[in-house]
Ligand binder design. Structure first.
Ligand code: TTP
Length: 396
C-alpha cells in the first residue's frame, strides 16, 4: 500500500522553533520528526512513500531523497496550506488502489501502522480523557470495532476515542478528496473520513500510545519518548574519568570529557562535546556539533545542532533551537513558586503546557548574556538577545 505522509503544514503553533526549520524536520532523538512517521509506514510494509510538502519543502526533500530505506519516495507539492484533505488531494495523481494517510507530525505505537494497514479501511483511535479537544469517533460497540461516525471537537462527545491522524482508505476515497472548506476555512480530512464511513465498514484500530507534536513542549515529550527507546551504545570518544549510567548513546565523533556524569536516557549526537565536569540527565538530546561546557547541568532538554551552553549554566525541561549561544552562568527556571502548571504563549494566547516543570524555548541563534536568569515558560524568538545579568520573564 502507498502511504501519503502529510508534511506541508506551517507549524505555526510550534513557533519559534518552526520559523527556520519546518516542523517535520525538527529533531526527535536521532532523526527528524517526520522520519518517525515514514519509518512506521515502511515498517508496516508501505511500498511507496508520497510526501506532501509545502512550507520549507526543500529541506524535507533533501532529507528523504528519492529512496529512503530502500523504498521509493515521491513528492506532491501543496502550494497553499488549505487543509489536510487538500494536502491529500495534492497527492491525488500518485494514488491508485487503497492508500494510507499519516500525519507527518504524529508518533504512534510501533505496531499501530501495521495493524492499520491490515484492517483497511480503518482509522487509528486513542482513548483520551478530554475528547472534546479532538475529532471523536462513534462506534457500534467495543474497541477495535466498526466506526459509525466522526465529529470534530464536539461539546458532547459520543465516546472518548480520538482520531489519531492515521487512515487506511479504500481506492475510491481518491474521488472523495475535494471536500468543501469547513467553518475554520480548511478542507479537512475528517470530511473525507465521514464519506468513507458512510460507504464502507471502517475499523477503529486502537493505540496504546500516541503523540500529536504541535507545540514546543510536545517536541520535548516526543524526545522523551524516542530518546527513552534507545539502547545503550557508546561509539564516541568517552574519557575514562566520565561516568555513563543507563541507556546512554554517544554517537561516533562525539566527545565526552573527564568528570562528566550522564544519566540515561541521553543521546549525544556526532560532533557534540560535553564537559569537563558536566551533568547531563533525564531524556536529553544533545544535537550534532553542540557544545555543553564546563560544569553545565542539562536536564530533560532538547539541545539542537550547533548550540552552545557555556560553563556554569543550568538548562532544564527546555528546547533550544539551532546555533543558540547561552552565555556563562545562564540559569533556566523550570518550576513556578506556586507549583502550578507552566504556561506558554501559542499564537498569542497563554496556554497551559500541562507540565509542572517546563523551562524555556529558544529559537535559532538566540544569545544570552552571562548570568542571565530565564523564567519558566519563556519564549525567545530567533536571534533574540539578553543582556548580562538580566532577569527575563517576558517573551521576546
Ligand atoms: P496541523 O497540525 O493541523 O497543522 P500544522 O502542522 O501546519 O500546524 P499549525 O496548526 O501549528 O500551523 O496539521 C496536521 C498535519 O497535516 C501535519 O502533519 C501537517 C499537515 N498539513 C498539511 O500537510 N497541509 C495542510 O494544509 C495542513 C493544514 C496540514
Amino acid at each position: 500500500m502507498k502511504a501519503v505522509v502529510l508534511a506541508a503544514g506551517q507549524g505555526t503553533r510550534m513557533r519559534p522553533l518552526s520559523e527556520s526549520v519546518p516542523k517535520p524536520m525538527l529533531p526527535v532523538a536521532d532523526r527528524p520528526l517526520s522520519a518517525h512517521t515514514v519509518d512506521a509506514a515502511i515498517d508496516a510494509g508501505a511500498d511507496e512513500i508520497v510526501l506532501v510538502i509545502g512550507y520549507e519543502a526543500e529541506t524535507v526533500r533533501d532529507y528523504f531523497g528519492v529512496e529512503y530505506r530502500g523504498v521509493p519516495v515521491t513528492y506532491a507539492v501543496q502550494e497553499v496550506q488549505a487543509g489536510t484533505a487538500d494536502a491529500v488531494n495534492s497527492a491525488r495523481d500518485h494514488l491508485e488502489g487503497p492508500f494510507a494517510v499519516l500525519n507527518g507530525d504524529n508518533l504512534y505505537d510501533p505496531d499501530a501502522v501495521d495493524r492499520l494497514f491490515d484492517a483497511c479501511p480503518a482509522i487509528c483511535a486513542i482513548e483520551v480523557d478530554e475528547p472534546s479537544n479532538y475529532g471523536v469517533l462513534s462506534t457500534d460497540g467495543e474497541m477495535d470495532t466498526r466506526v459509525t461516525g466522526i465529529v470534530e471537537k464536539p461539546d458532547d462527545p459520543p465516546t472518548n476515542l480520538a482520531n489519531a491522524g492515521a487512515y487506511a482508505f479504500p481506492a475510491e476515497a481518491r474521488e472523495w478528496l475535494e471536500v468543501p472548506a469547513s467553518e475554520r476555512g480548511e478542507r479537512e480530512i475528517t470530511d473525507v473520513v465521514a464519506q468513507v464511513i458512510d460507504e464502507h465498514d471502517v475499523t477503529a484500530v486502537t493505540l496504546e500510545r500516541w503523540l500529536d507534536v504541535g507545540r514546543p513542549w510536545e517536541l520535548l515529550e516526543a524526545n522523551e519518548w524516542k530518546v527513552g527507546d534507545l539502547d545503550r551504545r557508546i561509539d564516541g570518544d568517552v574519557s575514562e574519568a566520565a561516568t555513563l549510567e543507563g541507556p546512554v548513546v554517544v554517537e561516533a565523533g562525539a566527545t565526552v570529557r573527564p568528570g562528566v556524569v550522564i544519566e540515561g536516557p541521553v543521546l549525544i549526537r556526532a560532533g557534540a562535546t560535553v564537559g569537563p565536569n558536566a551533568y547531563v540527565r533525564g531524556s536529553t538530546m544533545v544535537g550534532r556539533n553542540a557544545e555543553i561546557g564546563h560544569s553545565v547541568e542539562i536536564k530533560n532538554s532538547v539541545i539542537s545542532r550547533g548550540t552552545s551552553v557555556s560553563h556554569l549554566s543550568y538548562v532544564g525541561d527546555s528546547v533550544l533551537g539551532q546555533d543558540v549561544n547561552f552565555g556563562a552562568g545562564t540559569n533556566v527556571a523550570n518550576l513556578r513558586h506556586d507549583d502550578a502548571d507552566v504556561k506558554f504563549t501559542v499564537k498569542g494566547d497563554r496556554v497551559s503546557t500541562g507540565r509542572r516543570k517546563f523551562g524555556v524555548v529558544a529559537g535559532d541563534e538566540v544569545k544570552t548574556g552571562i548570568n542571565s536568569s530565564l523564567s519558566p515558560g519563556l519564549k525567545l524568538g530567533p536571534g533574540a538577545m539578553t543582556r548580562p545579568g538580566e532577569t527575563v520573564d517576558r517573551d521576546r
